[in-house]
Unconditional design. Structure first.
Length: 207
């Protein structure tokens, strides 16, 4: 039993070391730079040991992205902490969430990009535990929407939360990637806040 515990401990330690090394590679060089042999060299193990700790590189990348999603979840939780407020406060809450997302993306850089760049091998769907992690992002948007539009069903509110998140994400991507020209971050923050507030006010008037 002690031998088995030691083996499990070593495996977990190797997993943690590989996740940390992979996260560092992604943060500094991008997801495209993550390769098995350099990763193994960085932690001092054989390449084959990676596949004893993880089923494949997809599982390792999901573990790296899980840490990023958890960090983003905390940021959004803090930004949207004031809940069950009047509609006007709900509009400001949506704006705070959008700005928090922009700031996280700007600060996290390649780690944030990896959340959207990664594709499972052979187009396999992501495992359910990971899909649930991603869905947690939307619940932060749903909370102020419930105050702003209390008549919506849970399903409709969830759909709207995803639509708003997608719109914010699009602005963030275009702004940070400079797809439409260079926009200083302070100006991008101001523009994003204006867009989200205008969209939320429009939704409120449609009630």
């Amino acid at each position: 039993m002690l031998k088995k515990d030691k083996l499990l401990e070593r495996r977990q330690n190797l997993r943690n070391a590989l996740i940390a090394a992979a996260a560092e590679t992604v943060a500094s060089q991008g997801l495209h730079a993550l390769r098995a042999r350099p990763l193994a060299d960085s932690v001092g193990c054989a390449v084959g040991m990676i596949y004893k700790a993880f089923a494949d590189l997809d599982e390792l990348i999901l573990a790296v992205n899980e840490r990023t999603l958890d960090a983003l979840d905390l940021v959004l939780e803090k930004a949207g902490r004031q809940r069950d407020r009047p509609a006007g406060d709900a509009i400001e809450s949506l704006a705070r969430l959008a700005l928090a997302y922009l700031d996280f993306a700007a600060e996290s850089g390649q780690r944030w990009r990896a959340l959207f760049e990664h594709r499972m091998e052979n187009e396999r769907p992501a495992p359910e535990w990971y899909a649930e992690k991603r869905r947690r992002m939307f619940r932060h948007v749903e909370a102020p929407l419930k105050t702003l539009l209390p008549e919506l069903t849970g399903a409709r509110r969830g759909q709207l939360a995803r639509t708003l998140f997608s719109a914010v994400h699009g602005v963030v991507v275009l702004g940070l990637e400079e797809k439409l020209g260079s926009i200083p971050l302070p100006l991008l923050r101001q523009q994003l806040k204006t867009i989200v507030q205008a969209a939320a006010r429009g939704l409120s008037r449609e009630r």
